[in-house]
Ligand binder design. Structure first.
Ligand code: KIV
Length: 270
């Protein structure tokens, strides 16, 4: 497994972009997964609010709370030594006011010791982002499809299909850069749009369902490991089918318990 020499910072990510080295991000929500991802060499671990869906079983990301996100962030931080750990600010933890946004971003950094926070959206919340950046906390932006606005969008549709939508995405990315973000996630956007955005902004752009032109890619770890039984968007590539593997192991265990084969001599104290 590849060991990273230096702890990842926004400056290192910028350098990777400038050198043309693609950046690998993944989500994680607990200590063992953070240990594995960090050891494997992922540069950024996002404690996404997808935690609510893939690990807590909520219907959407809107139900996940600050307290739940803080617990997950603390666990991930303990496992990630080299990767940059970013906390996804949950629904209503930043939308109401700049002061609430600062207070909650401060909790993620002060209590969970994460390296930065992510906020969804652009033009309506750039003030929140600027306020957080101004107190010294790195912020990652997130545009395109933003799951916390699912009720407004109505569905999980792809963005950037029309000239107007592309212009809006470029405008959003520029507004985020002006507000001081150190990088931007673009979700569910037609191939080709990322390149147009890259021409207009200097910070690294990470794609999730946004084509191969981005400076890096992010996936939800439960999706790419085949651990989430729910709906999977087209962009998800499954690198493993762990739910099948786990179910087989659990079935074998049940069978051995029922047959009295477990524990055997090797797994008993003498
Ligand atoms: O919550 C999350 O996992 C995310 C990614 C999909 C980018 O925001």
């Amino acid at each position: 497994m590849q060991e990273k020499a230096k702890k990842i910072t926004p400056q290192i990510l910028k350098k990777l972009k400038e050198c043309g080295e693609k950046i690998a991000l993944l989500t994680a929500y607990d200590y063992p997964m953070a240990l594995i991802e960090d050891h494997a060499g992922v540069e950024v671990i996002l404690v996404g609010d997808s935690f609510g869906m893939v690990a807590l079983g909520y219907e959407s990301t809107l139900q996940v709370t600050m307290q739940e996100m803080l617990t997950a962030c603390k666990a991930v931080r303990r496992g990630a030594k080299m990767a940059m750990v970013i906390a996804d600010m949950p629904y209503m933890s930043y939308q109401p006011s700049n002061s609430l946004a600062i207070k909650n971003a401060g909790k993620f950094v002060g209590e969970a010791n994460v390296d930065g926070v992510k906020l969804e959206g652009a033009c309506p919340i750039v003030n929140r982002i600027k306020a957080i950046v101004d107190i010294g906390i790195p912020v990652m932006g997130h545009i395109g499809f933003t799951p916390q606005s699912l009720k407004k969008f109505g569905n999980y549709s792809v963005r950037g299909k029309s000239k107007k939508e592309i212009e809006k995405l470029i405008m959003d990315a520029k507004a985020l850069e002006d507000a001081g973000v150190f990088s931007i996630i673009i979700e569910c956007v037609v191939e080709g749009v990322a390149n147009k955005i890259k021409k207009e902004v200097g910070v690294p752009i990470y794609g999730i369902g946004a084509g191969n032109e981005c400076d890096g890619q992010i996936l939800v770890v439960h999706d790419m490991l085949g651990l989430f039984p729910g709906f999977l968007p087209k962009y998800v590539k499954k690198y493993a089918e762990l739910s099948g593997t786990i179910e087989e192991a659990v079935k074998k265990y049940i069978q051995e318990v029922k047959l009295g084969e477990f524990p055997d001599e090797e797994h008993s104290y003498h």
